[in-house]
Ligand binder design. Structure first.
Ligand code: SAM
Length: 286
């Protein structure tokens, strides 16, 4: 008998992956956690039945959420990651010897434990001495720090369940305060493609543009996510994501990547017209 994992992407669209077997299933205080083994995508993690990452395409997500801001702000030393208990974002950050401290704020300790056991390819860096893990709600955590971080990466679940607070004005306002004067916030910005996702992404953009003087969105292709067309938000106090960026400096670091490169970095900020329109509809008119 065949065993398939199916995620409902819209009421009329489903996405399925054939599964060899289930490696783990458990219920934490916050969500249901499952890990599967599949022939095409390798191991993959779902939370409450929603795809979080697969071994086959997680490099795209984690490289693009990390190397874009690190190329723009190569002096970034103190980093806050909110969510991201699988460790993929931390793994990419640890490739920069210049980074001094990474605070990882993950609400659910069980996600970290499960990833350490079943997804060592992403979780391997979580025990690094530069990493401090805080098992806390990111919404609460960012109420305290002021002028403390060079980069905040919001590597969250979707805007419902435990992740809901990470999509609020209060949260973005506190991220702004927690950042230094040349700091950057990157957030997973959902998808512009299906109507309901596009609506959530637009609301998020509306809140962010009111919290930061500069906000843009960039795109990536993630085959296991709804529609495959995914966005990240880039918000800052003064830095621009392409203009004036020293791309040669990033290249000189010799970091070997599979998806990210500096040409793609610049190109990722060029958006299709329909996405620009969704964003412009909620941007303040000058
Ligand atoms: N890196 C993954 C990917 O490739 O899409 C995605 C996300 S990661 C597993 C999302 C994490 O955010 C989950 O482990 C979840 O427990 C965590 N999370 C959700 N809400 C949170 C909150 N309010 N504070 C901190 N972490 C939260």
């Amino acid at each position: 008998m065949e065993f398939w994992y199916t995620e409902q992407h819209t009421p009329d669209v489903r996405f399925s992956i054939r599964v060899d077997h289930q490696l783990y299933s458990g219920q934490s205080e916050f969500q249901r956690i499952d890990v599967f083994e599949s022939p095409e995508f390798g191991r993959f993690l779902t939370l409450d039945g929603y795809m979080m990452l697969t071994e086959k395409d997680e490099f795209i997500y984690h490289e693009m959420i990390t190397h874009v801001p690190m190329c723009v702000h190569p002096e970034a030393k103190d980093i806050l990651v909110i969510g991201g208990g699988d460790g993929g974002t931390v793994r990419e950050l640890l490739r920069y010897p210049t980074i001094r401290r990474i605070d990882l704020v993950e609400i659910d300790e069980m996600v970290v434990d499960v990833c350490r056991e079943y997804l060592s390819s992403t979780a391997s860096g979580l025990s690094d001495e530069r990493v401090s893990i805080h098992y806390e709600d990111g919404l609460r955590f960012v109420r305290k720090p002021i002028d403390a971080y060079d980069l905040i990466i919001v590597d969250s679940t979707d805007p419902f369940g435990p992740g809901e607070g990470l999509f609020t004005k209060e949260f973005y306002g506190n991220c702004f305060k927690a950042l230094r004067s040349d700091g950057i916030m990157i957030n997973q910005h959902e998808s512009p493609f299906y109507e309901q996702d596009a609506y959530a992404m637009q609301r998020m953009h509306q809140r962010i543009v009111h919290s930061f003087p500069f906000s843009r969105v960039y795109q990536v292709h993630i085959p296991s996510y709804p529609s495959g067309h995914w966005l990240f938000g880039f918000s800052s106090k003064n830095r621009r994501p392409v203009e004036g960026v020293d791309f040669a400096r990033w290249k000189s670091l010799g970091i070997k990547t599979r998806y990210y490169n500096t040409k793609l970095h610049a190109a990722a900020f060029a958006l299709p017209n329909y996405v620009e329109e969704i964003l412009e509809d909620v941007e303040p008119q000058c």
